[in-house]
Design a protein around this ligand. Structure first.
Ligand code: QAP
Ligand code: CO
Length: 175
């Protein structure tokens, strides 16, 4: 299964994803294909809706201290739920669905999350730093929310202008 990344302003990115009830081969196939797409696109996080599947599924793969990404640290979250959030932090975020745009976004510093793994086992994780930010960013995708939706009115206007210009140039360079 070869997946393509859905890019803004595709309407699918606004869909609310559905709870996963079957932890079967089909789900495992989606997870494996998502991992491949995320690594190929040099991403550290990916939600299923970004490859056109409206399921409450996401991947996280934060690089280590040597900036290396290893499959050993891959986290697969199904039906995640934030059970605790505290503190504030700011990070310059990007998104595979909004290529080449980065902006400072406010998030909680620490979160606790309950989720299920690919077999349906319940797990819990406490996260801070980049992992905590990535979890919040990816869970937003499940609700149809993009990081650009969190920008102030003026920064959002600036984004729309810059992004449309970049898209136009992208199209021209294909000819
Ligand atoms: C979400 O984002 C995230 O524009 C994952 O040209 C963001 O993997 C987690 C990417 C901030 C934590 C902090 C973006 C790759 C990857 C681009 C990504 C691009 C190529 C974004
Ligand atoms: Co994203």
């Amino acid at each position: 299964m070869k997946l393509t990344i859905v890019e803004y302003p595709d309407k699918r990115l606004k869909e609310k994803s559905k709870v996963v009830e079957k932890f079967d081969k089909e789900l495992h196939g989606l997870l494996d294909a998502m991992y491949q797409s995320m690594i190929e696109s040099k991403g550290i996080g990916l939600a299923a809706i970004q490859v056109g599947h409206a399921k409450r599924v996401l991947l996280l793969n934060i690089p280590d201290d040597n900036d290396e990404q290893s499959r050993d640290s891959l986290i697969e979250m199904i039906n995640p739920l934030i059970t605790m959030k505290e503190g504030d932090t700011v990070y310059q975020e990007g998104c595979l669905s909004v290529p080449s745009f980065y902006e400072d976004i406010n998030r909680f510093e620490r979160v606790c999350v309950n989720y299920q793994d690919r077999e349906g086992n319940t797990k819990t994780i406490e996260a801070e730093g980049l992992l905590s930010i990535a979890i919040q960013h990816e869970i937003d995708h499940l609700e149809g929310v993009l990081f650009i939706d969190k920008l102030s009115y003026s920064r959002r206007k600036k984004f729309e202008k810059e992004y449309k210009r970049a898209q136009k140039e992208k199209k021209l360079s294909k000819n």
